[in-house]
Write a protein that binds this ligand. Structure first.
Ligand SMILES: NC(=O)c1ccc[n+]([C@@H]2O[C@H](COP(=O)([O-])OP(=O)(O)OC[C@H]3O[C@@H](n4cnc5c(N)ncnc54)[C@H](OP(=O)(O)O)[C@@H]3O)[C@@H](O)[C@H]2O)c1
Length: 342
């Protein structure tokens, strides 16, 4: 039986990949730090879990053991992580390192996490310029995108077949940051209005975890050293995402257009890029990757998971707390009501 090891395998991408590989007959082991946050479907499917920190060299060597047919690194955040892995890849047939589209810079040096948003003239190809690598650890202050570039460079130069996958905004069940929560929470709270900046015309390419998993399986079949964008076949706008969630959950609300220049957070969503940020996925398709489905089809699993988890006793440990710094400003009903009353 082919063996797969997924480092950082209890989040959205790890779970989707583990379940897909298991369904395909693979022997699958996942690692993560917190045993209390191992999604139950993994054990139910026969996926093994090994607790440990990706940064602990002994844990990493033990987890890789005598090698694997596929190693997926979903917790490779900086050059130190990559350097720790490369000596262990001699007996690994194919490695998929999960990087990020946050590595890309536009012509003015702007990127996903810059103060000013990037403006790309069209779909981003893998040859697009990236941030300069920063070989420091995240803890030592390396910015996320620059540290990912440094990790990519180490792995691409190591001589083993490593596919660097660059997803965009990941969605999927068991995500640690399920962005669609900003709309699902609203539905559960019975809000009959949704506010959208610029009418929700911004877009930032979604990447369904199940589609990333399909690409991982492709690079397992076709080992090689390459960089591949990983995103859904379509790129819905923020407004279309709101409509998709409402329709999936059988909810109706009134859409209110918020002026793009309004200085508050009212109407902001995680997908407000205008011009839209989209990834060119032709290289993945040319390799034989077949997406599982478009955004509306693949996001259903996350939506059903969010609703079921919110209703389940003790489910809150999987969900963002009300004071979560990312979600709280996007779910600030008091500010929205004050805006509506202006
Ligand atoms: N989510 C996105 O929108 C997005 C976009 C682009 C790229 N990515 C990349 O995709 C990868 C995985 O993303 P995801 O969406 O599946 O993440 P996720 O839902 O946040 O899950 C992260 C996983 O990594 C584990 N993990 C984190 N730090 C670890 C460590 N030091 N040692 C061992 N395990 C660790 C977590 O478990 P524990 O916390 O229990 O250890 C969890 O299993 C990351 O490399 C991320 O940079 C994500």
């Amino acid at each position: 039986m082919a063996r797969a090891l997924i480092l950082g395998g209890t989040g959205a991408i790890g779970v989707a990949t583990a379940l897909r590989l298991r369904a395909g007959g693979w022997d699958v082991t996942v690692t993560s730090r917190d045993p209390a946050l191992v999604p139950p479907p993994l054990a139910a499917a026969g996926v093994r879990h090994v607790a440990g920190d990706r940064g602990d060299a002994r844990h990493l060597a033990d987890a890789v053991g005598a090698g694997a047919d596929l190693l997926v690194d979903a917790a490779c955040y900086d050059a130190s992580h990559a350097r720790a892995l490369t000596p262990l890849l001699a007996d690994v047939t194919s490695t998929a390192m999960i990087s990020s589209k946050a590595v890309y810079v536009d012509g003015a040096g702007r990127h996903s996490n810059s103060a000013e948003p990037p403006r790309f003239p069209g779909p981003i190809e893998e040859t697009q310029a990236t941030l300069r690598p920063d070989a420091r650890t995240l803890e030592a202050g390396a910015p996320y995108g620059s540290a990912k570039v440094a990790a990519e460079e180490v792995l691409l130069a190591c001589g083993a077949p490593v596919s660097v996958l660059r997803p965009s905004k990941v969605h999927g069940a068991w995500s640690r940051r399920p962005r669609e929560w900003i709309f699902v929470r609203r539905v559960l709270d019975g809000r009959d209005v949704v506010l959208l900046r610029g009418g929700g015309r911004g877009a930032d390419h979604p990447s369904g975890a199940v589609n990333v998993a399909a690409l991982v399986e492709t690079v397992a079949r076709v080992p090689g050293t390459r960089i591949l964008n990983s995103a859904d076949p379509d790129c819905p706008s923020a407004g279309q995402i709101a409509q998709t969630v409402a329709a999936a959950l059988g909810h109706r609300w009134r859409e209110v257009d918020v002026d793009v220049d309004d200085e508050s957070d009212v109407g902001r969503t995680p997908w407000d890029r205008d011009p839209p940020v989209t990834l060119d996925t032709r290289a993945a398709l040319a390799l034989g990757y077949e997406p599982v489905g478009d955004y509306a089809a693949t996001v259903r699993e996350e939506l059903d998971w969010l609703v079921a988890t919110a209703r389940q006793p003790g489910g809150s440990r999987w969900l963002p707390p009300t004071d979560d710094p990312f979600f709280a400003p996007l779910l600030d009903y008091a500010s929205e009501d004050a805006y509506l009353a202006r």
